[in-house]
Each structure stands twice: as C-alpha cells, then as structure tokens.
Design a protein around this ligand. Structure first.
Ligand code: 1CP
Length: 330
C-alpha cells in the first residue's frame, strides 16, 4: 500500500526565521503580551480575491496551488492555516469528492454499508499538501507560524457516510449503531491515515497542528467516549510516538482546545481557542468590537468565516483584538 507520508525531499532545511511566535507561546500555555488571533476559514469565500480564483478553478486544484489571505490583513494575523480541506483524506482513500459551489462537499458514492469499505486504500498521494506547506512556509517569510490540520476520524466518517453535510447525521449515527464493529474498523483506518498525514505535514514544515472534530457535539457522552475520543487520542499518541513532538506527548494530549460559542471552556487547564460567535461579524463595527470581551487565550471565531461576511468587519475584529489586549496590559 502506498504511504500517505512522503519521503520526498522538499526544501525544509532553510525555512525563514519566525518573527512572530505569539501563537506558539500561547498554545504552550506561556503568558503572552497580547492574545494571538487568527480566523477559521480566513482564506475562504468572504474574500473577493478568493472568489475570483474559484470562478476559474476547481476547489481541489486551488488546494494544489494555495493562495494567501495574509496579504490583506498584513500584521494583524498571528497564524496562517494551509489552504486545504479535511476531505482530502477520503479523496486520497479513493472516494470521489466534489465541492459544489454554494452547497459544499458532495460524495457521489457515499459509504452506506460495511461492504462499501472493501475497496478502500490510500491510493492517491497527499504529496501536493506537503508541497503546499513547504512552499507556503517559505512564502510566509517568518511572519507567523503555519498551521497544518486534519479532520478527526468521526467527522471524516460522518461526511463519507452522509455523502455531504447533514443536519441530523441520521445515516452516520445509524452506521455506528448498526455496524458497530465495521465502524470501529473504519475509524481505526482513518486514524491511521490521519496520524501519518499529520507526521507528513510536520516534516513538510507545519509548526502547529489542528485536529478538527467538527461534529463531536452530535454524539452523546457515551458515543463520544466510544467513537470519537479514542481515535483523537490515537492520532495524537501515534503522532507523538512517531515524531516525538514534545508538546503532544505531554499528559494533556492536546495543548489547545478550540470551542464554539455554545460551550464554556471555564475551569479547564488547557489553553482555549475560539469560542466567539461568528455572527458578531455581521454587527456594526463598534458593536462587533464590544462583543469581544473576554477573548479566549487564542482569539478566533467558534466556527468558520461565512461567505456573507464583510472583509472589512474582519479587519475591525482583528484590530479590536489587538487593541483590547493592549488595553488589558495598560
Ligand atoms: O482559511 C482556512 O481555514 C482555509 C482552509 C480550510 C479549512 C481549515 C478549508 C477550506 N476547510 C477547512 C476545514 C474544514 N472543512 C472543516 C473543519 C472546520 C470547521 O468545522 O469548519 C470542515 C467541517 C470542512 C468541510 C467543508 N468543506 C465544508 C462544511 C460543509 C458542512 O457540513 O456544512 C465546506 C463548505 C467545505 C468547502 C470549503 N473548504 C474550505 C473552503 C474555503 C471551502 C468553501 C468552498 C468553495 O470554495 O467551494
């Protein structure tokens, strides 16, 4: 079986020196002079420059030739995330994935029964993601760290079974209940590919990693403990063992937890990221700035930027985080 992790040699020896390590310090739990800020889907559809590229290019081709939102918000973003999608893994395992404009991901042949798992393997290389990471890390010139990411096994499985987004996750949850053993086999295989993919991203130059378990909240506590948590831990542990990333090997497996706005992160010993309702960006700029306090340690939205967001409001949000952290210091 071809490896998901490449041994190809990219130019990973001579990366520019990092000039802004605020995000990395905050993620490690160190005190920082202000809250670092970045935004999920900061490269997405709310940006006219992104939409212009999308008109001419298929989504996964854009992933093969990444663009940068950092130019527009120069000096305001403390982290860059690689332009890709969590669904590159099912794609690499041989499933067809289309990004339908205005609709989102679509799998023409979803995985509806254990029999559909038969022809699964990693048959397509993820080298293009590694190349994109190496090139982007060079192009960033050390402005801020570059984050790699991966979809967590349960979230990936949910898309593969549902065939796209869902409101109820009835098909994916039925699969868990009706084909419990096969579900565990599938989740295990996804965890395996995801862990190797994370290792490859670090080798290629990713300076921190985010694991997106976007649909964790769809599982009750028992199902979460059975179908999500063990595979999150598996990814993390295998990653730490294979690559000896000190931070990930520490007793709390993840250094940072990213939450949406419906949960409270209070009382946790881990660093909190996000937690801000993205609809605040629809408010008038002054209101939007006022709804910021108190920001999580790492300021971010609790969900991705929306296509209808005004790029200027994001500018105000980013400036407000810089200013409010400044005010806290004075
Ligand atoms: O700036 C960035 O963040 C760009 C990179 C990025 C990331 C980190 C994209 C580009 N997607 C993601 C992660 C991602 N993709 C997640 C995890 C984060 C989250 O919970 O939001 C998820 C669940 C997806 C799946 C996905 N891909 C959706 C959601 C569908 C649903 O269930 O509602 C959508 C709409 C996409 C397509 C997509 N991915 C990224 C962009 C910019 C887009 C827009 C589509 C387009 O241009 O056609």
């Amino acid at each position: 079986m071809p490896e998901a992790v490449s041994t190809t040699n990219f130019d990973t020896d001579s990366f520019p020196q990092l000039k802004n390590d605020l995000y990395l310090r905050a993620a490690r739990g160190e005190a920082t002079e202000r809250a670092p800020v970045w935004c999920m889907r900061q490269a997405g559809r709310y940006l006219p420059e992104f939409r212009a590229i999308r008109v001419e290019n298929e989504f996964f081709n854009v992933c093969r030739t990444p663009v940068q939102p950092l130019r527009r918000y120069a000096g305001l973003l403390d982290a860059a995330i690689i332009f890709s999608d969590i669904l590159v893994i099912p794609q690499a395992m041989g499933m067809e994935v289309q990004m339908v404009p205005g609709k989102g991901p679509h799998f023409p042949s979803p995985l509806r029964s254990p029999a559909d798992m038969a022809d699964f393997s990693v048959d397509r290389s993820l080298d293009y993601v590694y190349k994109a990471i190496t090139n982007t890390r060079h192009a960033l010139q050390g402005q801020c760290p570059l984050l790699g990411f991966v979809g967590a096994p349960w979230t990936l499985m949910a898309y593969m079974v549902e065939g796209g987004g869902s409101k109820t996750f009835a098909l994916a949850k039925s699969f868990l209940l009706q084909h419990r053993e096969s579900a565990h086999e599938l989740l295990g295989r996804l965890a395996d590919v995801a862990a190797r993919f994370l290792v490859g991203q670090v080798r290629a130059g990713a300076q921190a990693l985010q694991v997106f378990e976007s649909w964790a909240g769809e599982l009750g506590p028992q199902d979460f403990d059975e179908f999500s948590l063990p595979y999150l831990e598996a990814d993390c542990l295998r990653m730490a063992r294979t690559y000896a990333i000190e931070a990930l090997a520490a007793e709390t497996l993840f250094d940072v937890i990213s939450l949406d706005w419906t949960r409270s992160g209070g009382g946790r010993s881990v660093v909190l990221q996000g937690n801000l309702d993205p609809t605040v960006l629809f408010a008038e700029p002054e209101r939007c700035a006022a709804s910021l306090a108190p920001p999580a340690t790492i300021a971010n939205l609790g969900h991705g930027m929306m296509p209808t967001h005004d790029p200027n409001h994001l500018q105000v949000f980013l400036e407000a985080v810089h200013e409010s952290s400044q005010a806290l210091r004075n």
